[in-house]
Design a protein around this ligand. Sequence first.
Ligand SMILES: Nc1nc2c(ncn2[C@@H]2O[C@H](COP(=O)(O)OP(=O)(O)O)[C@@H](O)[C@H]2O)c(=O)[nH]1
Ligand SMILES: [Mg+2]
Length: 242
Amino acid sequence: MKLSYNIVIPVLNEEKRIVACIPKIRGLLLGNGFSRFSITIADNGSTDQTEKISKDLAAQYGDVNYVKVGKKGVGLALKTAWDQSSSDVIGYMDVDLATDISHFMEVAAILEKGGIQVVNGSRNLHGSRVINRSVVRTVTSRGFNFLLRGILNTKITDGMCGFKFLRRDAYQKLREVGLFNDGWFFCTELLCVAERVGMRIQELPVSWYDDRDSRVRITQTSIYYLKEIFKLRSRRIHRDCK
Ligand SMILES: Nc1nc2c(ncn2[C@@H]2O[C@H](COP(=O)(O)OP(=O)(O)O)[C@@H](O)[C@H]2O)c(=O)[nH]1
Ligand SMILES: [Mg+2]
């Protein structure tokens, strides 16, 4: 493995799920010969024991750290953590490990090979598997991705899957171009801006298990997405990658 990796876990009131998550990721990485990696727990707004538990995990494992962000929003939490990272590859996964973490090996293989800047986990490709998702979430997810393709004319098949990795130099470039959203839409903005500047994005079919324990308020989030899609459409972003 030539590259170093930083995996961010965004958390909001995850005192129960964070404890199991960290050892699982470490186990996978250490078991597969990764030596240069770090895991960052990025928290903004937890009011339960998440902070204490995360700090305990960071004290226990040298490769785990905890970042607390003053203002709310998943996007802001990710940007804050990634801005502090010095790893070659940065990315994130949800604390529930809904995306089967063994896909991380495929992500690493793609990035180690070179030529690809962004790897996006997708639940909507031939070969993807989605297990236990509610009808409401299935319909809203399909609808969201349909609108994304229709309105933004993107090739991305899944804007919202919590499993994305990119080269840090590519991220820095995207920061310069502008990543403005601080909330849930950030991950989609990241992909769409990367696509529009001409970065090479590879989508990976993933297995995804929904534990139905969600922090997302569905109606509010759907309206918000729609607004953000139109905002993004009106932005002028120039292609400047080969
Ligand atoms: N830092 C941060 N993380 C959040 C926030 N809201 C949700 N998360 C995390 O984002 C991830 C995905 O949330 P989850 O509720 O599982 O989403 P779902 O499975 O798509 O319904 C989990 O790791 C959450 O703890 C937030 O406001 N800030
Ligand atoms: Mg989840």
